[in-house]
Design a protein. Structure first.
Length: 285
């Protein structure tokens, strides 16, 4: 209660303000109070997804006069019965209208599978008529946001030894609830998504704000902190090895091919061979 009035007050003072509520949570089961740690400025990511879109997917959604029904426990959410992924289609339309030359960073994540996203000419006219700033302007006032174009390498990190068949790719969701979980593997599918990773100038292997982190046990995802340490990695295209900076161990695929492990570096071990797409050493610090 009472969250709307302050927002309307800010808009009343300056109609160009973009406002958002930060609402603490009281559990409907236990009445437990949970402080909200949501940071509004971090609401944007290059997947064009909303972080708090979660919960039971086996229930209908009602949005104004539009009715949507989840048809499975995951991937088919937000699809019409025709099979069209509504969220993906709308995200492509958003990218076409608002992201300017940066839209390619979203398209890379979906394997440039744009499909038919309809006519956006009216949306572009609306943007022009409102004299909206370029997307570059928003990136310049939000310097904390990692820009994929600054990455030394990006794309799918995959096993490049032919003995391993089609190759296993690092595959892991990167939502806040996925932090501290072991990073997994899955056959490479070439569609980006959970297999799209970036190697930053600072030596981070990251999915947006989540970085691969090794502290002596499993290789996990952890919020990127920018302090190197457990999140510092070195990639050598000559040896196809990814070395952990502090432990000096090499990233490898486990014997059962289900997860990532760290091992003493061995140039004869094919499980330690990796290939990063779109590697550009000129971008290294």
């Amino acid at each position: 209660m009472g969250w709307l009035e302050p927002l309307l007050d800010r808009i009343g003072r300056n109609w160009t303000s973009a406002v958002t509520p930060v609402i603490d949570v009281i559990s409907d089961d236990t009445l437990e109070y949970t402080y909200s740690s949501f940071v509004a400025v971090g609401g944007f990511d290059w997947n064009l997804q909303v972080a708090e879109r979660r919960g039971c997917v086996a229930v209908p959604w009602r949005l104004s006069r539009v009715h949507m029904l989840a048809t499975s426990s995951g991937k088919d959410l937000y699809k019409w019965r025709s099979g069209v992924n509504v969220l993906k289609r709308n995200s492509i339309r958003l990218a076409e209208v608002w992201l300017d030359e940066y839209k390619k960073y979203y398209y890379e994540r979906i394997g440039y599978d744009l499909g038919d996203f309809g006519d956006v000419s009216d949306r572009k006219k609306l943007r022009d008529g409102l004299s909206c700033k370029s997307f570059k302007w928003y990136l310049e006032i939000y310097p904390e946001l990692f820009v994929p174009g600054d990455a030394v390498a990006s794309g799918e990190g995959l096993m490049n030894d032919p003995q391993l068949g089609a190759g296993q790719c690092v595959d892991s969701p990167a939502k806040p609830e996925d932090n501290h979980k072991p990073v997994g593997l899955w056959p490479c599918h070439g569609q980006g998504g959970n297999q799209y990773w970036m190697l930053s100038k600072e030596g981070e292997i990251r999915r947006d704000e989540a970085c691969m982190d090794y502290a002596g046990s499993d290789v996990i995802l952890y919020p990127c902190h920018g302090s190197k340490g457990n999140q510092y990695w070195e990639y050598s295209p000559e040896t196809s090895r990814i070395t952990h900076g502090s432990s000096k161990k090499c990233l490898a695929i486990s014997q059962d091919r289900k997860k990532l492990v760290m091992e003493d570096c061995n140039l004869a071990e094919s499980r330690q061979k990796w290939k990063f797409e779109n590697y550009d050493p000129s971008k290294k610090l």
